[in-house]
Design a protein around this ligand. Sequence first.
Ligand code: ADP
Ligand code: ZN
Length: 729
Amino acid sequence: MIEHFHESDLISVLTAQPIDRALDYKAPEGGCMTGAFVEVPLGPRKVLGVVWGAGDGGYDISKVRSVIRVLDAVPMRADMREFLSRAGGYTLTPMSAMVRLATRSPGLGDPPAMQTIYRRGTGEPDRWTDARRRVTEALDTYGGLAFTLKELAEMAGVSTSVIKGLVKQGVVAEEASPRDTAYPRLDPGESPYSLTKEQSVAAQSLTDGVATRTYGTTLLKGVTGSGKTEVYLEAVGACLAAGRQALVLLPEIALTAEFLNRVEARFGARPAEWHSGVTMTERRRAWRMVGEGGAQLVVGARSALFLPFRDLGLIVVDEEHDTSYKQEDGVLYNARDMAVLRASINGAQVVLASATPSLESWANAEAGKYRRVTLTSRFGSAVMPELRAIDMREAGLPSDRWISPTLEKAVNERVASGEQALLFLNRRGYAPVTICRACGHQIGCDNCDARLVEHRFLKRLVCHQCGESKPIPEKCPACDAVGRLAPVGPGVERLAEEVQMLFPDAKTSVLSSDVFGSARALKAEIERIADGDADIIIGTQIVAKGHNFPHLTLVGVIDADLGLQGSDLRAAERTFQLMRQVAGRAGRAEKPGTALLQTYQPAHPVIGAILSGDEEDFWKAEAAERKAAGVPPYGRMAGIVLSSTDVQEVFDIGRLLASKREPLSRIGAQVFGPAAAPIARIRGRHRVRLLVKADKAAPLQEALAAWVAQVKLPNNLRLSIDIDPQTFY
Ligand code: ADP
Ligand code: ZN
C-alpha cells in the first residue's frame, strides 16, 4: 500500500456521499497521505472524503479534478480503514455509510480554533451574592478545570452577566485557549478498595489479558452488585498504565453520570464522553483528542466504536446483553460484535460484562472462543433478592387494576419502614390501547399499522412507531359517538394513578424516558431517587439498566408475562434477562431485597427458571432449543425488509426476489417469505419481509449480495438487510 502521494498523483477518495464506489482525484499541492481527510469537488459541491489509496486510472486523467485541500486532522489510520471495510462487508453496508460513521466530528473541516475559557481567579468579590457563590462553588467543585461562559453559567444556574461581573473583580479569570485541549491525565493508581478473593482473581485474569497486547475476549459474568465494574476498572487501569487507550461502552446515557463519578474517584479525573447528550464543542474535542492521544479513556454509546483511537488496548461492553447495542436504523450493526471485530484488528482485549449474558456470548464462551470469568456473590453483606411469583389468577382484580393485594401489602411494609419499592412495567404512556365503547373501534396511527398510545402527561395519543401524535379526541373517529373513548390496559402513567390511590401518602416518581424533557433531567431524577427522595418508583425498562438505588428493597413486576407474548425467537431470553435485571435492583446495599413477579402463568418454564435462579440450566435449555431449530447463535439469519408507498410493488419485488433464490440455495440457505412484516406499514410505507436462514459456516454475505444484485429496484423502493436481526418488526 502506498502511503504518500505526490502532487497530481492519481488517488482514490471515499466520501460520505451515497455513491457506491470510491472516486478518483489528483493529489493536491504538497501531496497527501493515505487516510488523509480531504475536501474534494463533487459536481458543484465541496464534500468531505478520506484518501483510500491509489486511483484506479480508468478515467481520462485530464478530466480528473484535484483535491481542494487536506484537512487539519490526523489521517485515518490503517486499522480504522480495515475496521470500516470489514464492518461494512459484514453488515453489507456501503462504504459511504461507513465513512459517515467515522467522520462524525462536528467542525472536522475547521482549522483548530481558539476559545475564551473561565477558571477560578485569585480575587475576592466586593460582596457575595447567592449567584456569585454558586459560580465559585461550581469552579471549586471541579478543581482547576476551566469552562466556557455558557457551560459555567449553566452549571452555576446564573446569567452570563454574573460571571462577567466576577471577571472584572478578578474572582474569575478569563483566558484564551485552543478549543481542543487534551483531557486531564488519568492516574491508573490502585483500587481504593481491597478486592475480595474472587474479585482479585477475576481482575488478575483481565489485567493478564491486557498485558498480552493481543486480541482476546472475556465474558465477565456476575450478579448485579458483585463488583463487575470494580473489576473491569482494574483492567482499564492496567490498559492506561500500559500507555494504551480504553473504551467503555454503556447502553444508556442516563448511566454515564454515575459511572463518570466512579472513574473520577478511581483515576482522579474525568474521561472523554461520547454520546448524543454531549455538546458539539465537547464532541469535537473528544474526536480530535482520541485521535491525537489526548484522551486515555472514552465512555460512550455504541457509536464511540468509530472514534479514531490512536492505540486502543481495551474495550469494555457493559451490560453486553442490552438490546440498545444493536443499531436499528441506518447502518444495522451490533456494537457488541463490532467491538470484538475492532479489538481483533487492534490487538486489543474485550470485556463483555453482564449479569445475564446474551445467549450468543454464553455460547461463544461455552465453545471456548471467549474466556469466562465469573463473580458468584454480591459484594459485602448484600445478598441476591428473594424471588417469588404472585399468581394473578387468584388475585381477583377488576379490569382496571393491576396491583394485587399481595404486592400492595408488601409495598406498604417497605414504605412504612422507610425503604423504597419499585414497580416495574415496561410500557410507556397511560394506556396502550384506546377503544370506543360504542363501536369497538381502536384508535390507530394514520401512517402505521400500530395502535396509538395514550400519554396523559403529554395530553396526546402517540404512535410509538413513527412518533406522530394528536390530541385525545372527544368523539370516536369511526362512529362519531361522543365521550365513549376509553383506555384499555396499563401504562406507567396509569399505574401511577393506582399507586396514588392505594398509597396516598407515599412519594412517587415515574421513571420513563418520555416523561423527562432531556437526558439531563432524567439523570437528575435518578440521582434524587438514589438519595432516597422517593418511596415508590414506577419505571419502564430504563430502571433495569444498572442504576444503583441503595434504599430499594422491593421490586414488583406488574406483568411478568408481557415479554413472553409474541413470536420473537428471543422472547424467552429477553424476559429472563429483563426480569433478572429488574429483580437485581432490589437489596443492593445492606438491606435484603425481595422481588415479586405478578404472572398469569406461574408454571411457564421461563418464569420457573427466573424464580429458581438456576441460570446455567436456563441457558442450556434455551441453547438446546435454538440448536434444534438451527437459529442463532447456532445458525445464521438475515432479515430483509422491502418498503414502498406502493403496496403492489413491494409484494411484486418480494416475490421476484424469492423466485431468484439460486445464489442462496447454492450455499444451502433457505428463504422464507415474502410476507407482510409484523408492522405492515410505518410512516405510510408498506413493509414486506423475507427471512434467510443459513448454516453457521455458510458464506452468507456474499450470497446475499449476489442475490439482491439480480433485481433492479424501483426508485421508490427501499431494501434493507439486517444481518443477525435482533427484532422482527
Ligand atoms: P456490578 O457492576 O457487578 O453491579 P459494582 O462494581 O457496581 O457491581 O459493585 C457494587 C457496589 O459494591 C459498588 O458500590 C461498589 O463500589 C461496591 N464494591 C464492590 N466491590 C467492592 C470492594 N471490594 N470493596 C468495597 N466496595 C466494593
Ligand atoms: Zn405511526
